[in-house]
Design a protein around this ligand. Sequence first.
Ligand SMILES: CC(C)(COP(=O)(O)OP(=O)(O)OC[C@H]1O[C@@H](n2cnc3c(N)ncnc32)[C@H](O)[C@@H]1OP(=O)(O)O)[C@@H](O)C(=O)NCCC(=O)NCCS
Length: 253
Amino acid sequence: MFERMREDIQAVKERDPAATSTVSVLLNYPGLHSIWWHRGVTGPLHRAGHVFLARSVSQFVRTWTGVEIHPGATIGRRFFIDHGMGVVIGETTIIGEDCTLYQGVTLGGTGKESGKRHPTLEDCVVVGVGASVLGNIVLGKGSKVGGGAVVIDDVPPNSTVVGVPGRVVVRAGERVEAIDLHHEDLPDPVVEMFRCLTRRMERMERRLATDEGLGAERGEPPFPPAVEEAPAGAKAQESEPIGFEAEGWYWQI
Ligand SMILES: CC(C)(COP(=O)(O)OP(=O)(O)OC[C@H]1O[C@@H](n2cnc3c(N)ncnc32)[C@H](O)[C@@H]1OP(=O)(O)O)[C@@H](O)C(=O)NCCC(=O)NCCS
């Protein structure tokens, strides 16, 4: 037990530059106190079947640490909760080794699931201030959740997820290219279709005009009236495939 307490204190010193001495860590880190109560009292009570008592003690611990860890949660070694206030860890949460949470983090359920309904954090996961990680999802080893994110899907290992809803911006150490959101530059297929139809109608009208001219030579009445003269090369265009390129796309009709 003392060995594990010693490594907890060491973890705080390594991860928080403000942790200047062992005495300071022992006295001023409510996150650490809540973990020790969970490991030494509420967790064992819960496993022994004293569910109500375990829950009551954990609520008492919450009143002075600001951290609510459900007694049923499974927590690995060297877990560090910095600042503590406002952290909620649900009953079926599983936390691996060397994980870190900042204040205001919720590891909760979505309200739609039963059974295993809280997240699983693999080793070395960091969840930033105020982030919500919801549902039976897995945050892969070494992943980071940005402050304020709301994560509702699995996160691959060594990835960074930010925003609401959470999106992966770094995967396996590589930046993920942002999605092009320039809606104003998107091709409009309906407009392009009308343009294409207009061009085809013009070609047909030119053909009719040409045919009408031949008919006039043969003494036939003009029908329909010619709109414009067919340009040179009009015949050659007739054998072109039906379709066109625009905005980097090939439009086939
Ligand atoms: C997410 C975080 C861990 C940085 O991870 P990282 O892998 O180094 O990612 P980067 O800093 O390279 O940022 C990647 C992108 O995400 C954006 N980003 C970073 N943190 C973000 C956040 N919390 N919310 C929204 N976007 C964020 C960056 O602007 C960047 O965007 P860009 O690609 O358009 O430039 C960090 O920003 C963070 O939020 N840490 C939480 C720390 C904390 O809670 N501290 C409390 C102390 S009391």
